[in-house]
Design a protein around this ligand. Structure first.
Ligand code: ZN
Ligand code: ZN
Length: 346
């Protein structure tokens, strides 16, 4: 076993710096020095819900970038010194129809999550990227293209690919009318990616407060929910509405904005909702969801981001300020993603 310093949850909302164990490298493993790790809502929920009596350890963090420091004997795609990125899944069965289709994120026997997952070979609980080193199968590490800032690229690996897959699968391209609800970690990347794909992109927000920000990100306009006249005029106006709002909410107002045969894709809040079928019937509207990405889409997204110079808007904090970052994320006080700099763990 190898040890590395990291941030482990000790109770609801609290983490403590502690040595963590990592497995010795298997033939197809890489050891990665974690330089930057994004902070997403999943991490916040996991830490806040953590009981000190929980049977499994919790080390959050599942969107990170770093550098390969060691390779297993059978590794072919990476060398020591290569910049890499790792997202929220680190293994899958590799043989089910989803894995064969390149959708490891939907593996029938569930993908191995970067933290809180169960390693498929030794049964241990996976510990996340809020640490200085991670050991990962090379198949689930991605070459970080040159030109992408490694801190600002980290959130592409969870937030980015989560909005990328539905944009691609829904055929968004030049001329598509896309609306993005919510302008947090997912939403701001959805706007940047949709704009770069050529879509006419609009932001849906509660108020006018984020208008300037929306336009800066490339959106044509912002429609505030409080502007009832504008909301009514936008009825049936979007081929794709990506809803990235993390709090529970009624999907009906967004469904009204979906064009005939268009899709409302729910990405932010994954709990139970109530839908009036009539809101789908009128206009043959579709309701969908998505999450994370397969290996192929993740690599494709990184290449696209490098070509178009897209990274997240980030606020980088030393990892020791993890509690500040968690508190501020809970209040939505970040534009648009916190990234922790892990170098203070040395
Ligand atoms: Zn995430
Ligand atoms: Zn599978």
């Amino acid at each position: 076993m190898r040890t590395t310093p990291g941030w482990r949850a000790t109770g609801p909302g609290t983490l403590r710096r502690t040595p963590l164990y990592r497995r010795d490298l298997r033939a197809d493993d890489l050891a990665v020095r974690v330089d930057y790790c994004g902070l997403c809502h999943t991490d916040l929920h996991a830490v806040r819900g953590h009981s000190p009596d929980a049977p499994q350890p919790l080390v959050p963090g599942h969107e990170f970038t770093g550098v390969v420091t060691e390779t297993g004997s059978g590794v072919t795609a990476f060398s020591v010194g290569d910049p890499v990125a790792v997202g929220n899944i680190v293994d899958s069965c590799g043989t089910c129809p989803m894995c064969e289709a390149g959708q490891e994120n939907f593996c029938h026997s569930f993908p191995t999550l970067t933290y809180g997952g169960t390693d498929r070979r030794d049964g241990s609980t996976t510990l996340g990227g809020f640490s200085r080193e991670y050991v990962v199968r090379e198949a689930f590490a991605y070459a970080l293209p040159a030109g992408l800032d490694p801190a600002a690229a980290a959130p592409l690996l969870c937030a980015g690919v989560t909005v990328w897959e539905p944009l691609r699968s829904l055929g968004v391209g030049p001329g598509s009318r896309v609306a993005v609800a919510g302008l947090g970690g997912l939403g701001h990347l959805a706007v940047k990616l949709a704009v770069a794909l050529g879509a006419e992109t609009t932001v849906l927000s509660r108020t006018e407060a984020k208008r300037e920000d929306a336009l800066r990100l490339g959106a044509r306009e912002l429609i505030a929910a409080t502007d009832t006249a504008r909301m009514a005029a936008a009825r049936d106006g979007f081929d794709v509405v990506l809803d990235t709002i993390s709090a529970p909410h009624d999907p009906a107002p967004h469904l009204r904005l979906v064009a005939m045969d268009g899709t409302l894709c729910l990405l932010g809040h994954l709990g139970r909702i109530t839908v009036e079928v009539m809101d789908l019937l009128v206009g043959r509207k579709r309701l969908g969801s998505a999450g994370s990405g397969g290996r192929r889409a993740t690599a494709e997204m990184l290449r696209f981001c490098a070509e178009h110079g897209i990274t997240a808007d980030v606020e980088v904090l030393p990892s020791a300020r993890i509690h500040t970052a968690l508190d501020r994320l809970a209040r939505d006080d970040v534009r648009h993603r916190f990234v922790l700099d892990m170098s203070d763990l040395d």
